[in-house]
Design a protein around this ligand. Sequence first.
Ligand code: MLT
Ligand code: MN
Length: 313
Amino acid sequence: MKIRILGSAAGGGFPQWNCNAPLSRAVREGREGFLPRTQSSITASADGANWAIFNASPDLRQQIAASPMLQPRSRGPLRHSPIKSVVLTNADVDHIAGLINLREREPFTLYASTRVLTTLAANSIFNVLDPAVVPRRALPFNRPFALEGPDGALGLTIEAFPVAGKVALFLEEKGQADANFGTVEGDTIGLRIAADGAGQERACYYIPGCAAIDGALLDRVHGAGCLMFDGTVFTDNEMREAGVGEKTGARMGHLEISGPGGSLAGFQHLRAGRRIFVHINTTNPILEAGSAAERQVKAAGWEVGFDGMEIEL
Ligand code: MLT
Ligand code: MN
Protein backbone atom coordinates (compact mmCIF):
# COMPACT_ATOMS: atom_id res chain seq x y z
CA MET A 1 0.00 0.00 0.00
CA LYS A 2 1.17 3.49 -0.84
CA ILE A 3 0.17 6.45 1.29
CA ARG A 4 0.84 10.12 0.61
CA ILE A 5 0.15 12.98 2.96
CA LEU A 6 -1.70 15.56 0.86
CA GLY A 7 -2.05 18.11 3.65
CA SER A 8 -0.30 18.03 7.01
CA ALA A 9 -1.69 21.23 8.56
CA ALA A 10 -4.79 21.68 10.69
CA GLY A 11 -7.77 23.84 9.70
CA GLY A 12 -6.51 27.10 8.18
CA GLY A 13 -3.26 25.61 6.84
CA PHE A 14 0.25 26.94 7.43
CA PRO A 15 0.41 29.89 7.19
CA GLN A 16 -3.23 30.57 8.02
CA TRP A 17 -4.58 33.42 5.88
CA ASN A 18 -5.02 35.96 8.68
CA CYS A 19 -2.26 34.82 11.07
CA ASN A 20 0.77 37.03 11.59
CA ALA A 21 2.18 35.25 14.62
CA PRO A 22 5.91 34.41 14.40
CA LEU A 23 5.58 30.92 12.88
CA SER A 24 3.08 32.03 10.22
CA ARG A 25 5.22 35.06 9.45
CA ALA A 26 8.36 32.94 9.17
CA VAL A 27 6.83 30.51 6.68
CA ARG A 28 5.27 33.34 4.71
CA GLU A 29 8.71 34.96 4.47
CA GLY A 30 10.19 31.69 3.23
CA ARG A 31 12.61 31.39 6.13
CA GLU A 32 14.80 28.30 6.23
CA GLY A 33 13.39 25.51 8.38
CA PHE A 34 9.75 26.31 7.60
CA LEU A 35 7.61 24.42 5.06
CA PRO A 36 4.20 25.70 3.95
CA ARG A 37 1.51 23.13 4.58
CA THR A 38 -1.99 22.62 3.23
CA GLN A 39 -4.98 21.36 5.18
CA SER A 40 -5.57 17.91 6.58
CA SER A 41 -5.82 14.99 4.14
CA ILE A 42 -4.06 11.81 3.02
CA THR A 43 -4.47 9.47 0.07
CA ALA A 44 -3.85 5.71 -0.18
CA SER A 45 -3.75 3.07 -2.89
CA ALA A 46 -3.21 -0.68 -3.00
CA ASP A 47 -2.41 -0.85 -6.73
CA GLY A 48 -0.94 2.59 -7.49
CA ALA A 49 -3.73 3.24 -10.01
CA ASN A 50 -6.91 3.62 -7.97
CA TRP A 51 -6.79 5.97 -4.98
CA ALA A 52 -8.91 6.73 -1.95
CA ILE A 53 -8.76 10.13 -0.29
CA PHE A 54 -9.15 10.41 3.45
CA ASN A 55 -10.71 13.82 4.22
CA ALA A 56 -11.42 16.38 1.52
CA SER A 57 -9.71 19.61 2.51
CA PRO A 58 -10.44 23.06 1.10
CA ASP A 59 -6.97 22.80 -0.49
CA LEU A 60 -7.82 19.65 -2.43
CA ARG A 61 -7.51 21.27 -5.85
CA GLN A 62 -3.95 22.39 -5.01
CA GLN A 63 -3.19 18.98 -3.49
CA ILE A 64 -4.28 17.19 -6.68
CA ALA A 65 -2.15 19.58 -8.73
CA ALA A 66 0.85 18.61 -6.57
CA SER A 67 0.15 14.84 -6.78
CA PRO A 68 0.52 13.28 -10.26
CA MET A 69 -1.04 9.99 -9.10
CA LEU A 70 -4.35 11.82 -8.50
CA GLN A 71 -4.48 13.42 -11.95
CA PRO A 72 -6.05 12.01 -15.13
CA ARG A 73 -3.66 9.72 -17.05
CA SER A 74 -2.22 11.50 -20.06
CA ARG A 75 -3.52 8.85 -22.46
CA GLY A 76 -6.72 8.16 -20.53
CA PRO A 77 -10.31 9.02 -21.48
CA LEU A 78 -11.33 12.68 -21.86
CA ARG A 79 -12.90 12.77 -18.42
CA HIS A 80 -11.73 10.48 -15.62
CA SER A 81 -9.97 10.49 -12.26
CA PRO A 82 -7.90 8.00 -10.25
CA ILE A 83 -9.82 9.18 -7.15
CA LYS A 84 -12.32 6.39 -6.61
CA SER A 85 -13.48 7.02 -3.10
CA VAL A 86 -13.43 9.63 -0.34
CA VAL A 87 -13.66 8.80 3.36
CA LEU A 88 -14.36 11.45 6.01
CA THR A 89 -13.27 11.31 9.67
CA ASN A 90 -15.54 14.13 10.88
CA ALA A 91 -17.58 17.10 9.62
CA ASP A 92 -14.97 19.82 10.31
CA VAL A 93 -14.64 22.42 7.58
CA ASP A 94 -11.05 21.34 6.89
CA HIS A 95 -12.28 17.80 6.18
CA ILE A 96 -15.45 18.32 4.14
CA ALA A 97 -15.20 21.62 2.24
CA GLY A 98 -12.97 20.06 -0.43
CA LEU A 99 -15.85 17.87 -1.59
CA ILE A 100 -16.97 20.91 -3.57
CA ASN A 101 -13.77 20.58 -5.64
CA LEU A 102 -14.90 17.15 -6.79
CA ARG A 103 -18.03 18.29 -8.64
CA GLU A 104 -18.30 17.80 -12.48
CA ARG A 105 -20.30 14.56 -12.34
CA GLU A 106 -17.29 12.28 -11.84
CA PRO A 107 -18.32 9.06 -10.09
CA PHE A 108 -16.70 8.07 -6.79
CA THR A 109 -17.99 6.63 -3.53
CA LEU A 110 -18.28 8.84 -0.46
CA TYR A 111 -18.03 7.25 2.99
CA ALA A 112 -18.76 8.96 6.31
CA SER A 113 -20.49 8.27 9.60
CA THR A 114 -24.27 8.65 9.66
CA ARG A 115 -23.87 11.90 11.62
CA VAL A 116 -21.52 13.39 9.02
CA LEU A 117 -23.79 12.22 6.19
CA THR A 118 -26.68 13.99 7.95
CA THR A 119 -24.63 17.21 8.02
CA LEU A 120 -23.84 16.90 4.31
CA ALA A 121 -27.51 16.24 3.53
CA ALA A 122 -28.53 19.34 5.51
CA ASN A 123 -26.23 21.62 3.50
CA SER A 124 -27.59 21.86 -0.04
CA ILE A 125 -24.27 23.03 -1.54
CA PHE A 126 -23.09 19.41 -1.29
CA ASN A 127 -25.81 18.48 -3.80
CA VAL A 128 -23.24 19.50 -6.43
CA LEU A 129 -22.23 15.90 -5.78
CA ASP A 130 -25.40 14.28 -7.09
CA PRO A 131 -25.97 11.14 -4.98
CA ALA A 132 -26.90 9.33 -8.19
CA VAL A 133 -23.30 9.88 -9.38
CA VAL A 134 -21.53 9.98 -6.01
CA PRO A 135 -23.26 7.47 -3.72
CA ARG A 136 -23.00 8.24 0.00
CA ARG A 137 -22.40 5.24 2.23
CA ALA A 138 -22.60 5.09 6.02
CA LEU A 139 -19.37 3.88 7.63
CA PRO A 140 -19.85 0.92 9.95
CA PHE A 141 -17.84 1.10 13.18
CA ASN A 142 -15.47 -1.56 14.52
CA ARG A 143 -15.83 -3.82 11.51
CA PRO A 144 -13.35 -4.17 8.64
CA PHE A 145 -14.84 -3.70 5.21
CA ALA A 146 -13.60 -3.37 1.64
CA LEU A 147 -13.56 0.13 0.16
CA GLU A 148 -15.39 0.31 -3.13
CA GLY A 149 -15.22 2.75 -6.00
CA PRO A 150 -17.57 2.99 -8.96
CA ASP A 151 -15.77 0.11 -10.73
CA GLY A 152 -15.57 -2.22 -7.72
CA ALA A 153 -13.29 -2.91 -4.77
CA LEU A 154 -10.10 -0.84 -4.44
CA GLY A 155 -8.08 -3.55 -2.69
CA LEU A 156 -8.11 -1.53 0.53
CA THR A 157 -9.72 -2.70 3.75
CA ILE A 158 -10.61 -0.04 6.28
CA GLU A 159 -12.04 -0.08 9.76
CA ALA A 160 -13.59 2.98 11.37
CA PHE A 161 -13.71 3.45 15.13
CA PRO A 162 -14.96 6.30 17.33
CA VAL A 163 -12.36 8.32 19.23
CA ALA A 164 -12.71 11.04 21.84
CA GLY A 165 -13.32 14.35 20.11
CA LYS A 166 -15.82 17.09 19.55
CA VAL A 167 -18.60 17.89 17.12
CA ALA A 168 -17.59 20.32 14.33
CA LEU A 169 -17.31 23.97 15.40
CA PHE A 170 -20.27 25.07 13.25
CA LEU A 171 -22.49 22.34 14.72
CA GLU A 172 -21.79 23.12 18.39
CA GLU A 173 -24.83 23.43 20.64
CA LYS A 174 -23.63 26.43 22.63
CA GLY A 175 -25.81 25.76 25.66
CA GLN A 176 -24.37 22.26 25.97
CA ALA A 177 -20.83 23.07 27.13
CA ASP A 178 -20.98 20.41 29.86
CA ALA A 179 -22.04 17.81 27.29
CA ASN A 180 -19.11 18.78 25.05
CA PHE A 181 -21.36 21.03 22.95
CA GLY A 182 -23.67 18.23 21.89
CA THR A 183 -20.95 15.84 20.75
CA VAL A 184 -22.04 12.23 20.36
CA GLU A 185 -19.90 9.14 19.99
CA GLY A 186 -18.71 8.78 16.42
CA ASP A 187 -18.62 12.51 15.62
CA THR A 188 -14.86 11.98 15.34
CA ILE A 189 -13.44 8.70 14.14
CA GLY A 190 -10.09 7.09 13.49
CA LEU A 191 -9.41 4.74 10.60
CA ARG A 192 -7.34 1.62 10.12
CA ILE A 193 -6.23 1.51 6.48
CA ALA A 194 -4.55 -1.55 4.96
CA ALA A 195 -4.26 -3.46 1.71
CA ASP A 196 -6.68 -6.40 1.67
CA GLY A 197 -5.34 -9.22 3.84
CA ALA A 198 -2.39 -7.20 5.20
CA GLY A 199 -1.52 -7.70 8.85
CA GLN A 200 -1.10 -5.10 11.57
CA GLU A 201 2.53 -4.42 10.64
CA ARG A 202 1.34 -3.16 7.26
CA ALA A 203 -1.63 -1.17 8.55
CA CYS A 204 -1.78 2.61 8.90
CA TYR A 205 -3.91 4.20 11.58
CA TYR A 206 -5.09 7.66 10.55
CA ILE A 207 -6.37 9.69 13.51
CA PRO A 208 -6.15 13.41 12.66
CA GLY A 209 -8.42 14.47 15.52
CA CYS A 210 -8.38 12.90 18.98
CA ALA A 211 -9.01 14.35 22.42
CA ALA A 212 -7.78 11.46 24.60
CA ILE A 213 -5.84 8.22 24.50
CA ASP A 214 -7.35 5.30 26.37
CA GLY A 215 -6.44 1.65 26.79
CA ALA A 216 -8.74 0.54 23.98
CA LEU A 217 -7.01 2.88 21.55
CA LEU A 218 -3.56 1.76 22.71
CA ASP A 219 -4.55 -1.89 22.23
CA ARG A 220 -6.00 -1.14 18.82
CA VAL A 221 -2.93 0.59 17.36
CA HIS A 222 -0.36 -1.69 19.01
CA GLY A 223 2.11 -3.10 16.48
CA ALA A 224 0.88 -0.91 13.61
CA GLY A 225 3.09 -0.27 10.61
CA CYS A 226 2.30 3.43 10.92
CA LEU A 227 0.39 5.72 13.26
CA MET A 228 -0.63 9.15 11.95
CA PHE A 229 -1.94 11.08 14.90
CA ASP A 230 -3.43 14.44 15.84
CA GLY A 231 -0.54 16.91 16.14
CA THR A 232 -2.69 20.04 16.37
CA VAL A 233 -1.07 21.63 19.41
CA PHE A 234 2.19 21.07 21.26
CA THR A 235 0.84 22.59 24.46
CA ASP A 236 -2.84 22.86 25.29
CA ASN A 237 -2.80 26.65 25.80
CA GLU A 238 -0.37 27.63 23.02
CA MET A 239 -2.95 29.69 21.10
CA ARG A 240 -3.57 31.80 24.17
CA GLU A 241 0.17 32.09 24.90
CA ALA A 242 0.79 33.18 21.32
CA GLY A 243 -1.90 35.83 21.75
CA VAL A 244 -3.89 34.61 18.75
CA GLY A 245 -6.95 33.04 20.38
CA GLU A 246 -8.65 31.95 23.56
CA LYS A 247 -9.30 28.32 22.72
CA THR A 248 -7.29 25.49 24.18
CA GLY A 249 -6.56 22.30 22.30
CA ALA A 250 -8.96 20.48 24.62
CA ARG A 251 -11.73 22.97 23.83
CA MET A 252 -11.26 22.11 20.15
CA GLY A 253 -11.21 18.33 20.76
CA HIS A 254 -7.45 17.94 20.33
CA LEU A 255 -5.00 16.35 22.76
CA GLU A 256 -1.74 18.22 23.30
CA ILE A 257 1.54 16.60 22.28
CA SER A 258 3.58 17.54 25.37
CA GLY A 259 2.81 17.27 29.06
CA PRO A 260 2.07 14.30 31.29
CA GLY A 261 -1.30 13.65 29.64
CA GLY A 262 -0.15 14.40 26.10
CA SER A 263 0.32 12.12 23.11
CA LEU A 264 4.10 11.69 23.52
CA ALA A 265 3.51 10.32 27.01
CA GLY A 266 0.36 8.43 26.05
CA PHE A 267 2.10 6.51 23.27
CA GLN A 268 5.52 6.19 24.90
CA HIS A 269 5.31 2.40 25.18
CA LEU A 270 3.65 1.89 21.81
CA ARG A 271 5.30 -0.43 19.35
CA ALA A 272 4.77 0.93 15.83
CA GLY A 273 6.83 1.04 12.65
CA ARG A 274 6.47 4.77 12.21
CA ARG A 275 4.64 7.48 14.12
CA ILE A 276 3.85 10.74 12.38
CA PHE A 277 2.09 13.90 13.53
CA VAL A 278 -0.50 15.31 11.13
CA HIS A 279 -3.19 18.03 11.40
CA ILE A 280 -0.60 20.47 12.79
CA ASN A 281 -1.89 23.91 13.80
CA THR A 282 -0.22 27.12 12.68
CA THR A 283 0.79 27.85 16.30
CA ASN A 284 2.57 24.52 16.91
CA PRO A 285 6.33 24.99 17.47
CA ILE A 286 7.12 21.57 15.90
CA LEU A 287 6.57 23.41 12.60
CA GLU A 288 10.01 25.01 13.08
CA ALA A 289 12.80 22.61 12.12
CA GLY A 290 15.38 22.53 14.89
CA SER A 291 13.15 24.04 17.59
CA ALA A 292 13.19 22.49 21.06
CA ALA A 293 9.68 21.11 20.45
CA GLU A 294 10.63 19.51 17.14
CA ARG A 295 13.75 17.97 18.68
CA GLN A 296 11.66 16.61 21.55
CA VAL A 297 9.16 14.84 19.31
CA LYS A 298 11.95 13.44 17.12
CA ALA A 299 13.82 12.18 20.16
CA ALA A 300 10.63 10.35 21.15
CA GLY A 301 10.55 8.59 17.77
CA TRP A 302 7.96 10.78 16.07
CA GLU A 303 8.15 12.39 12.65
CA VAL A 304 6.59 15.72 11.76
CA GLY A 305 4.34 15.13 8.76
CA PHE A 306 4.75 17.30 5.69
CA ASP A 307 2.87 17.67 2.42
CA GLY A 308 4.04 15.13 -0.12
CA MET A 309 5.45 12.73 2.51
CA GLU A 310 5.07 9.16 1.23
CA ILE A 311 4.87 5.91 3.17
CA GLU A 312 4.94 2.40 1.78
CA LEU A 313 3.47 -0.44 3.82
C1 MLT B 1 -10.52 21.47 14.23
O1 MLT B 1 -9.79 20.56 13.84
O2 MLT B 1 -10.66 21.69 15.44
C2 MLT B 1 -11.25 22.27 13.23
O3 MLT B 1 -10.80 21.99 11.94
C3 MLT B 1 -11.17 23.71 13.55
C4 MLT B 1 -11.81 24.54 12.47
O4 MLT B 1 -12.88 24.20 11.97
O5 MLT B 1 -11.22 25.58 12.13
MN1 MN C 1 -9.42 20.21 11.78
